[in-house]
Write a protein that binds this ligand. Structure first.
Ligand code: CA
Length: 232
């Protein structure tokens, strides 16, 4: 069983990278390994389908590496970290990681997340949706969104949230529902990180995030999309 999908593991702890590699290979993924940030930058030229990135590397900090990846690519990034604090999570997501796994972790759970992120990255539909007289456009197939005609740089997770909300106009999606959409399964404790994604998303999508046009917070309920689809 060969999925043909390439996963880059950036991790200097051999014990961890060996286990993760074994699990991923068993699922039919091709695995490339980088033990330093420098090696990772080289390996990224091979266009991996997903990156598993350790936060603590000997040369370049994982956060910095993630920011560098984000400048050039929308590849899903799952961060591995020993830091479990909320601040670190939000910091990680703020720099464009799509997901976070705290050490020690279950390799099975990591593989489940890898699959979920890849599944969504593959889903393609052909259509550009235009809202509020063209002020927001969403190109589903190319995973791109435009604000007043200019491309806005969204992480894959932010894009996923935007699409999920816009596909359910006027309907409130709870944080739990958004967690399931983003991760592919419900994961307790992830709802705070949804808020962090939402904050970033709004900054990018809204002209004024204090009086949002497109994404409204419904107190104690969740979020809803309030853009109006343009007639074709
Ligand atoms: Ca490490």
């Amino acid at each position: 069983m060969d999925t043909g999908q390439k996963i880059l593991i950036v991790e200097d702890e051999k014990k961890i990278s060996e286990i993760v590699t074994a699990y991923l290979e068993k699922e039919g993924y091709l695995v490339a390994l980088a033990e330093t940030g420098e090696e990772a930058l080289k390996a990224l030229k091979g266009n991996p389908d997903l990156v598993i990135l350790d936060l603590m590397l000997p040369d370049i900090p994982g956060e910095e590496l993630c920011a560098i990846i984000r400048e050039n690519s929308e590849v899903p990034v799952i961060m591995l970290t020993a830091k479990s604090g909320e601040e670190d999570r939000i910091k990680g997501l703020g720099i464009g990681a799509d997901d976070y796994v705290v050490k020690p972790f279950s390799p099975r759970e990591l593989v489940a997340r890898v699959k979920a992120h890849l599944r969504r990255a593959v889903k393609v539909r052909r259509k550009i949706y235009s809202y509020n007289g063209g002020s927001l456009k969403i190109d589903i197939e190319n995973h791109e969104a435009f604000r007043e005609g200019s491309l806005i740089s969204l992480t894959p997770t932010e894009f996923k949230i935007l699409v999920s909300l816009s596909e359910n106009p006027g309907r409130v999606l709870s944080r739990e529902q958004l967690v399931t959409i983003v991760l592919g399964y419900d994961f307790e404790g992830y709802d705070r990180t949804i808020d962090a994604h939402m904050k970033n998303l709004r900054h990018k999508v809204e002209k004024n995030s204090r009086s949002p046009e497109f994404i409204q917070t419904v107190y104690a309920m969740g979020y809803k999309f309030t853009g109006t689809l343009d007639e074709e």
